[in-house]
Design a protein around this ligand. Structure first.
Ligand SMILES: Nc1ncnc2c1ncn2[C@@H]1O[C@H](COP(=O)(O)OP(=O)(O)OP(=O)(O)O)[C@@H](O)[C@H]1O
Ligand SMILES: [Mg+2]
Length: 258
């Protein structure tokens, strides 16, 4: 980790009409750090994640991102083209439903290769080789490279989505309930895989989950949301082992866990 944040989030609020999506959220994210956003259904996790990743414009607040040249840029004052470029190169976004993050009717190899082409790779043989490498890294047999994701199981689709996102060497990955729709045993393996990749690649990540076990396994720090507000924020082990807020204590004692 360096001594400069990757992301500086300041006073981000999103209202849907008069309804609060999220309110006055501020934090810094450091290089190599994994932050979990937890809270019950409707607490504002997805709203916040979408604001951070500019998929949604907040009502107020700012998010500054440190570009590769070291300069901070305000994400909400970038052009659409610049934002799209960031999304293709520096960032990944792993959706809960893999179908939202994959092209279901092109091959697994093309799903991974497409991201490489988007950053300027043109050499077919090299693209295919890298795609095949990445399939192996996410434990998909290279004999499946020409299969379409619709022929894959839910867990395989999710692993493919992860390969597609990581192949370009992003610096920051957003994940919304990455293990949400999967069986418990499939979840555990996927989490191990994600943890290994995040460690190996030194990525920063922001992971939304309502599952505290996921937060425990993946994150260094966590924020607990309730009714759109961040009510507790700290090192993951501290928050889970010694929660300060009564609501977090309830969450941890699993009374509110779904
Ligand atoms: N497009 C929208 N229009 C109006 N209200 C919305 C919209 N999206 C979310 N909300 C409201 O914003 C609040 C936060 O919703 P959000 O989807 O961010 O919660 P969440 O923590 O991700 O929940 P879940 O765990 O169920 O995914 C809720 O009250 C929700 O009803
Ligand atoms: Mg959500």
């Amino acid at each position: 980790m360096t001594d400069t944040p990757l992301l500086k989030v300041s006073g981000v609020s999103k209202f849907y009409g008069s309804r609060i999506g999220c309110k006055d959220v501020s934090f810094d994210l450091w290089p190599g750090e994994v932050l979990a956003i937890v809270g019950e259904s409707g607490s504002g996790k997805t709203t916040l994640l979408n604001c951070l990743s500019t998929r949604l414009m907040p009502t107020t607040g700012s998010v500054e991102y440190r570009m590769r040249d070291g300069n901070f840029r305000d994400l909400y004052h970038m052009s659409e083209a610049e934002r799209r470029f960031l999304m293709r190169t520096d960032w990944g976004f792993v959706h809960q439903n893999p179908a939202d993050g994959l092209r279901m009717t092109v091959s697994a190899g093309a799903n991974v290769g497409e991201r490489l082409m988007a950053v300027g790779d043109r050499h077919y043989g090299k693209i295919r080789e890298t795609a095949s490498d990445w399939l192996t890294r996410v434990e998909i047999g290279t004999d499946r490279i020409d299969d379409q994701p619709r022929a894959f199981s839910g867990g395989m689709r999710q692993r493919l989505q992860i390969a597609r996102n990581l192949v370009t060497g992003p610096r920051l990955v957003f994940m919304d309930e990455p293990t949400g729709g999967l069986d418990v045993s499939v979840q555990a393996r996927l989490l191990d895989l994600v943890r290994g990749l995040v460690n190996d690649l030194g990525l920063s990540a922001i992971v939304v989950t309502h599952d505290l076990a996921v937060a425990r396994l993946l994150s260094h720090r966590m924020m607990v949301m309730k009714d759109g507000h961040v009510i507790e924020h700290g090192l993951t082990d501290r928050v889970l082992d010694d929660p300060r807020e009564p609501y977090t204590q309830l969450l941890v004692s699993s009374i509110l866990q779904v």
